[in-house]
Design a protein. Structure first.
Length: 155
């Protein structure tokens, strides 16, 4: 079996995770209910061009971000520049950065550069302005501290 279907499923899971985390922040619903709601919505939608998400990765991201929210926000906040705080970020951008930070710290099997690239792609799905560049910069800074050996200095 080629790797492409599983790559597409992981990409779809990352996109879906941002949508679920956004729903959680907007409605106050807990992770398990939000994941169930997302699954129910997917089952009602016509099959489109998007791959079905890797439900294992989707659940890991949503549960991981939910469980580690304070620590993740601290990491993201330290990687933001200037006067920016996590609270000042727009909700979708906050969900993307939290998810990317979680994956960098919790999934060493995903190479850091792949992880960053994937979350920048997710940002491009929502934004056409400078936001994907911000996602790239913040996650790169995080990867330098979380995975310094893998990132290498001076590249």
């Amino acid at each position: 079996m080629s790797a492409n279907p599983s790559v597409a499923k992981r990409s779809a899971a990352r996109l879906a995770a941002v949508q679920v985390l956004y729903q959680m922040e907007m409605t106050g619903v807990e992770a398990e209910q939000a994941l169930k709601d997302a699954k129910d919505r997917r089952s009602e939608e016509p099959r489109g061009r998007m791959a079905d998400p890797d439900t294992s990765l989707l659940g890991q991201v949503v549960r991981g971000v939910s469980a580690g929210l304070e620590a993740i926000d601290l990491q993201v906040g330290q990687s933001l520049s200037g006067e920016w705080t996590v609270d000042r970020l727009e909700a979708i951008l906050r969900a993307i950065l939290r998810s990317g930070a979680w994956e960098l710290s919790a999934r060493p099997q995903t190479p850091a550069r792949v992880c960053i690239s994937e979350w920048v792609d997710v940002a491009h799905a929502f934004y056409s302005g400078p936001e994907p560049g911000l996602v790239n910069a913040v996650l790169d800074r995080l990867a330098q501290s979380l995975r310094s050996g893998e990132m290498g200095k001076g590249e």
